[in-house]
Design a protein around this ligand. Structure first.
Ligand SMILES: CC(C)(COP(=O)(O)OP(=O)(O)OC[C@H]1O[C@@H](n2cnc3c(N)ncnc32)[C@H](O)[C@@H]1OP(=O)(O)O)[C@@H](O)C(=O)NCCC(=O)NCCS
Length: 174
């Protein structure tokens, strides 16, 4: 699955995002303690770190012939100007395990490099309850643990979040 196209998710894509989230209930359960709820897609489109400008958040979709294959929640300039934070990268369950996650991440990194020139570092958190799925994936994409570890809580679910980063090459030396 190499021919994915990345574009911003619009209001017309909300049902497709919801369907993608519901395709892999295990992920939502591992990070919230609950199965997916009916407004998870809406919430994904709206949620952003406190105090951050609305335009700093972008939700992107990777599409194969207008079929939504993966969704990515990306924050520009968090926690500092030179960093982009990936809140979520989720591949539709029926496309997992066939390279779509890798291709989607490559497209996301290219998007950041070409549209947010001040960004030098890609950053994300892996929650321990999801580590078995996420850690190897992110390491394969070139991410390394920073050593920063913090408590993670979602309602009754308590776990630990571990931060990972990938440094981008300098402009002009890519
Ligand atoms: C994690 C996720 C994005 C991976 O996407 P995918 O399309 O299945 O992954 P790919 O087929 O592109 O695999 C890329 C690499 O990661 C590895 N990988 C993917 N899922 C893995 C898993 N569950 N366990 C171990 N390794 C895994 C693959 O072996 C592959 O390695 P390779 O490049 O050496 O061959 C997908 O499983 C997913 O959406 N999970 C639910 C949401 C989630 O946990 N997202 C990450 C946290 S934000």
């Amino acid at each position: 699955m190499e021919d994915l196209v990345l574009r911003a998710i619009g209001p017309g894509d909300v049902d497709a995002v919801q369907e993608l989230i519901e395709s892999d209930p295990g992920y939502t359960e591992r990070i919230t303690g609950y199965p997916p709820g009916p407004s998870d897609a809406q919430r994904l489109l709206m949620m952003r770190p406190e105090g951050l400008a609305e335009e700093a958040k972008v939700v992107l979709g990777a599409f194969a012939a207008e079929q939504l294959v993966a969704v990515v929640d990306l924050i520009r300039g968090f926690p500092n100007e030179a960093t982009a934070f990936i809140g979520l990268l989720e591949v539709h369950a029926s496309y997992q395990g066939s390279g779509c996650g890798r291709v989607t991440y490559d497209l996301v990194q290219r998007y950041v490099e070409s549209t947010w020139p001040e960004v030098r570092t890609m950053r994300l958190a892996v929650v321990d309850t999801n580590a078995q799925v996420a850690t190897t994936f992110w390491q394969r994409q070139g991410f390394e643990a920073t050593g920063e570890v913090g408590p993670y809580q979602y309602d009754k679910l308590e776990s630990t979040a571990r931060l990972y980063e990938k440094q981008l090459l300098e402009q002009g030396r890519r």
